[in-house]
Design a protein around this ligand. Structure first.
Ligand code: ADP
Ligand code: MG
Length: 542
């Protein structure tokens, strides 16, 4: 059980169970009594006993902001036999619901598929933080849209990064070319997902802190629509009908499809199609199909093509209307194209062709750039949100409340200071390059080595430094194909899906459309579901 300290620094510790560690944050175990964390400047905040679980019933429902995240499903996680039986039922239900991935052995084929990894139980999330994440989503949509329209801000923000990061530079080149020629598209569609972790504060409260916003290919909206039924099933089997009823319904795929449908409608050509750009080797196809199916139900046809197909069979007419295999395209939805490895020379040409067209791109290249880590870091500078969202102080305050510490590594005194701080306290920072898709960040000793190597090089501007968020771990059971059920200490990451549509200067849609909870073992610093690290989950609001 995790306990809050009754009084801080020097105060009285009250404990139930045997304290096994005392620390200021997960990064700094076992410092001497009376010490402060050298980085966060906090006093001690937790006593941790050897029994980290409470049942949800005992966990002080209604006191979510102070009880924190450490509680879980208690004794249920200790009964191995019961877990095995529950796991069998949960897996069968997941398969029946369509919580599916293609296998790594046959990623181009749906002949043999398996379930996407998931937690046996939903994980506790304070309702207040869930509500906060939902409430700020429309603000994030507005912000991304504002950045994407601000060519001066994008150029200033990315100028040092593109000198050293060839991928961002390539995207930026296309952005410049399109601006120079004149942007042909008049309807803009954003489908994004803002991701958060729950920072555990020294006073026992938890705070919502943004990890990043994904403006291209934000995935798992489809599968997340199907996991609530699985967790409800597990809880119902246990006779926990009250708890089962607390699992929130969730249907991001419907909301994402609504955004695409709106953009398609505004494009205004009844026979035009939606072009979904994906690779042939796509394990997560069922997630994408969920959105395709929603569109087909609205009589909007989707064709799946690769960048290579576009370069062979795509064309623009004199009005820069896009045609694929002779069919007009209203909306291009990218589920590819966010990593350097996705582009050959031929694929870059295809991307440029798509960007030059008047089809609605989701995202257009400027919106993809608005989702870079460098932009995220610059947005946290004093005054930047105010200048991008003038006259909207409430939105600015809501956004800023979710920002963690973000630091530029551009050459100069500010960057030097950030490097010195991170080398002095490596466990409190994350070093991030301009990459998506998980597994690219550097932590701990690896981060220190990279910073020492980069210290005197311009290359350091292609990275940013971020405060490391320290959620309170809890126990859950992870289910993965081919592995035995595994009860371990975990942390979660919450994503909120956002959709907006703009026609010219008029915003015609701006909403949140659902959530995604991913959970992973605490020992994995990085990586999502696709990277085989995190698993799908549902929030259990408390
Ligand atoms: P990507 O674009 O590769 O998904 P992210 O910024 O989301 O990059 O980082 C990948 C993963 O690394 C996240 O899902 C999270 O688990 C971990 N991570 C990223 N930033 C932080 C942070 N500031 N504190 C703690 N963990 C982080
Ligand atoms: Mg991420």
């Amino acid at each position: 059980m995790f306990l809050r300290e009754e009084g801080h620094e020097g105060g009285v510790w009250s404990a139930i169970g045997t304290p096994v560690a005392r620390r200021c944050c997960r990064s700094h175990p076992w410092q001497g009594p009376g010490n402060w964390c050298p980085v966060r400047g906090w006093g001690w905040c937790f006593l941790i006993s050897d029994s980290p679980d409470l049942t949800p019933d005992r966990a002080g429902v209604g006191d979510s902001m102070t009880v924190g995240m450490a509680t879980g499903w208690g004794s249920l996680l200790q009964d191995e036999q019961q877990l095995e039986e529950l796991a069998r039922q949960a897996v069968d239900r997941a398969l029946a619901e369509g919580v599916l991935l293609r296998t790594s052995q046959a990623p181009s084929s749906s002949h043999v598929v398996s379930y996407a990894p998931f937690t046996l139980f939903p994980s506790r999330v304070p309702s207040a933080l869930l509500e906060q994440a939902y409430a700020v989503q429309a603000d994030f949509n507005l912000l991304v849209d504002a950045v994407s329209q601000n060519a001066v801000f994008l150029e200033q923000t990315l100028s040092s990064t593109i000198k050293r990061d060839s991928f961002t530079a390539r995207l930026f080149d296309i952005h410049k070319q399109v601006l120079k020629e004149g942007i042909a598209q008049t309807v803009f569609l954003g489908l994004n997902r803002s991701d958060y972790m729950f920072q555990c504060n020294p006073d026992g409260t938890t705070a919502l802190k943004q990890i990043e916003i994904n403006t291209i290919s934000a995935s798992f909206g489809g599968l997340a629509s199907r996991t609530p039924a699985v967790h409800r099933h597990v809880l119902s089997v246990l006779g926990k009908t009250k708890e089962a009823a607390k699992i929130l319904s969730n249907n991001p795929s419907k909301g994402l499809a609504m955004g695409i449908a709106k953009a398609w409608e505004l494009y205004g050509s009844a026979n035009a199609q939606v072009l979904l750009i994906a690779q042939e080797k796509e394990r997560n196809i069922f997630d994408q199909r969920a959105i395709e199916n929603e569109l087909l139900a609205r009589n909007i046809h989707v064709i799946r093509r690769r960048f290579e197909d576009v370069s062979e069979k795509g064309s623009l007419d004199q009005d820069r209307r896009l045609f694929m295999d002779g069919q007009e395209v209203a909306v291009v939805y990218f589920r590819d194209g966010y990593m350097p490895g996705h582009y050959s020379l031929q694929n870059w040409e295809a991307r440029l062709l798509l960007e030059r067209s008047c089809a609605v791109k989701c995202p257009d290249i400027a919106t993809q750039l608005a989702g870079t880590k460098k932009v995220q870091q610059e947005l946290s500078r004093a005054g930047v949100l105010e200048s991008l969202l003038p006259g909207q102080p409430e939105a600015v305050a809501r956004l800023r409340a979710t920002f963690a510490g973000l630091y530029s590594l551009d050459l100069g005194e500010e960057g030097d200071q950030a490097i010195t701080k991170a080398i002095a306290a490596p466990s409190c920072f994350v070093l991030k390059p301009q990459r998506e898709g998980g597994g690219n960040n550097l932590y701990g000793e690896e981060m220190v080595q990279a910073l020492e190597r980069l210290r005197d090089s311009e290359e350091r501007a292609s990275y940013i430094l971020m405060e490391k968020i320290e959620p309170e771990p809890f126990r859950n059971c992870l289910l993965r194909p081919g592995s035995p059920a595994q009860v371990i200490q975990c942390i979660s990451e919450l994503g909120i899906f956002g959709v907006y549509v703009r026609e010219g200067k008029t915003l015609v849609m701006n909403k949140h459309v659902g959530h995604l909870l991913r959970t992973k073992a605490i020992e994995h610093a990085d990586g999502g579901v696709a990277a085989g690290v995190a698993v799908l989950d549902n929030p259990y609001p408390v």
